[in-house]
Design a protein around this ligand. Structure first.
Ligand code: AP5
Length: 215
């Protein structure tokens, strides 16, 4: 089973993708994580995209499609969770072609609907475990009081350079300009399902589970 988690910055895509990896043995393909990994390892591509990402703008289609193509062709998985990809109509068309080439289907496109006013607080309050990537939030999911990650026990946490209000506004604009047309695109293909991303994390997981059980 292959699915897309679609939604604005801070909608909870990464949080839910990680839960699906644990529960269903699926593989999370986050283009944001891949691009941040390229930056950390100092590759030429990583250096090229660093400023673009920090500003909250989109990286070129060519780069992200290349990253996804490599994963689809080389990783053997029970299913992929596309998290933050596709983000443009060109990326959506490319994904359709890549899956078809591999004899795979796209089983659901899950739009996580969250009120715009809630998003900025989610993004500016976010931190992640530097070791395993577990996602925390200063108010709704605080780091454990003993200073260690609840999932892996590591004690280092980090915040993203684009998780500030200015970059967030640019990311939100990019979402409405370039990514939100995908809602209609996948609706017309009969693959779109919306879930209430304003519910708490457990309730969102339960709704996604129902969608996947029906797919
Ligand atoms: P990316 O890393 O994909 O960032 P994003 O789409 O902006 O999404 P986020 O990671 O910010 O949010 P999320 O929905 O995963 O939320 P999370 O679960 O963490 O992309 C970063 C950049 O890379 C882009 O701006 C672009 O430059 C580039 N890029 C990436 N992919 C690209 C592509 N395909 N094309 C071109 N450029 C690309 O949750 C957020 C917070 O909310 C957390 O603190 C969490 O604890 C909390 N939370 C989660 N769920 C709930 C809930 N239900 N209730 C309350 N709090 C919650």
């Amino acid at each position: 089973m292959n699915i897309i988690l679609l939604g604005p910055p801070g909608a909870g895509k990464g949080t839910q993708a990680r839960r699906l990896v644990d529960d269903r043995n699926m593989v999370q393909l986050s283009t944001g994580d891949m691009l941040r990994a390229a930056q950390s390892s100092g590759t030429e591509m990583g250096k090229r995209v660093a400023d673009v990402m920090a500003r909250g703008e989109l990286v070129t289609d060519e780069i992200v499609i290349g990253l996804i193509e490599e994963q689809i062709e080389t990783v053997d998985a029970a299913g992929f969770i596309f998290d933050g990809f596709p983000r443009t109509l060109a990326q959506a068309d490319a994904l359709g072609e890549l899956l078809e080439k591999e004899g795979e289907t796209l089983d659901a496109v899950i739009e996580m609907k969250v009120d715009d006013e809630a998003l900025v607080a989610r993004v500016t309050g976010r931190s992640t475990c530097a070791n395993c990537g577990e996602v925390y939030h200063d108010e709704t999911k605080p780091q454990p009081a003993d200073g260690t990650c609840a999932k892996c026990g590591a004690s280092e946490f980090k915040r993203r350079p684009d998780d500030n209000e200015d970059s967030f506004r640019t990311r939100l604009l990019a979402y409405y300009r370039d990514t939100s047309p995908l809602i209609g695109y996948y609706y017309a293909k009969g693959q779109h399902v919306a879930v209430d991303g304003m519910a708490d994390i457990e309730a969102v997981s339960a709704e996604i589970k129902e969608v996947l059980d029906r797919a």
